[in-house]
Design a binder for this molecule. Sequence first.
Ligand code: ADP
Ligand code: ADP
Ligand code: ZN
Length: 215
Amino acid sequence: MNIILLGPPGAGKGTQARRLVDARNMVQLSTGDMLRAAQSSGTEIGKKVAGVMARGELVTDEIVIGLIEEQFSTVKADGFIFDGFPRTLAQADALGHLLARAGQKLDAVIEMKVDDEALVARVTGRSTCANCGEVYHDVTKPQPADGKCSNCGSTEFTHRPDDNEESFRTRLLAYYRDTSPLIGYYYAKGQHVAVDGMAEIDAVAAAIRDILDKS
Ligand code: ADP
Ligand code: ADP
Ligand code: ZN
């Protein structure tokens, strides 16, 4: 089973993708995580994208499609959760070709709907476990009082440099301009389903489970 989690920055894509990985033996393919990993390991791609990502603009289609192709051809899984990819129509086309060549299909495109005002609060309060990637939020999912990640026990947490209000506004604009047309694209193909991303994390997870059980 292959699904896309589609939604603006802070919608909860990463949070829900991690839940699905634990519950369903699927693999999360997050282009944001791949690009951040490229930056921390100092690859050519990492150096090239650093400024663009800090400003909140989109990385070129060529780079992200290349990263997805590489992961898709090397990682074996019962299914993939595409998180933060595709973000443009060109990326959506490339994904369609990639799946078709592998004899696979997309089972669902799940749009996570969240109000703009809630998004800015989510993004500016976000932190991540440096060891396992567990996602926290200052208000809605605080780090445990003992300072240890509830998933892995690590005491190191990071705050993304692009999770500031200015960069967020640029990312939101990029979402509306370049990514939101994908909603109509997948709707026309009969693959689009929406969930209320304003609900609590467990309730969103339940709604996604229902969709996958029916797909
Ligand atoms: P968020 O969790 O806020 O939605 P991501 O971690 O998915 O953000 O992406 C962080 C940044 O990485 C984006 O602002 C963009 O610069 C770059 N990026 C990630 N995925 C893509 C993509 N599919 N196409 C272009 N740029 C991307
Ligand atoms: P995305 O990957 O779409 O950018 P994340 O999963 O990283 O989003 O979530 C953004 C922030 O919002 C994180 O701090 C996360 O803990 C928090 N969050 C995620 N889902 C919810 C929710 N349903 N309600 C409240 N906060 C949430
Ligand atoms: Zn952890």
